[in-house]
Ligand binder design. Structure first.
Ligand SMILES: [Zn+2]
Length: 111
């Protein structure tokens, strides 16, 4: 990656971090304790709890990705480490990095 590609890449990661943070905040707002006395009936309450379970799973997943993106961002300037597969040490193709910025393995090792 040359300097320009690196800067574009970092910019892309920052944007993803930003939109992911917004998504997580949005999901978190919908996740609170289900009030037992809310007059929405038993089934609706189950529905709500089910949806919250899905929300919480999405939030956990989002936070995990956020952590990886931030780690990637701090590694981009490390020419020794960044862009190489953590398993086999082969360079990770630029196209793969652009598609999945947080990936740390090549296609073969990811499978
Ligand atoms: Zn590999």
């Amino acid at each position: 990656m040359n300097e320009k590609q690196k800067n574009d890449f970092k910019e892309q990661i920052r944007k993803e971090i930003e939109s992911l943070s917004e998504t997580i905040t949005g999901l978190a707002e919908n996740t609170g304790p289900v009030e037992p006395d809310v007059a929405i009936g038993r089934l609706s309450r189950l529905d709500t709890m089910l949806n919250q379970g899905i929300n919480e799973a999405s939030i956990a997943k989002g936070r995990e990705r956020l952590r990886k993106l931030e780690a990637t961002l701090s590694r981009v300037d490390d020419d020794e480490e960044f862009g190489f597969c953590s398993e086999c040490g082969d360079p990770i193709p630029l196209a793969r990095l652009l598609a999945i910025p947080e990936c740390i393995t090549c296609v073969e090792c990811a499978e």
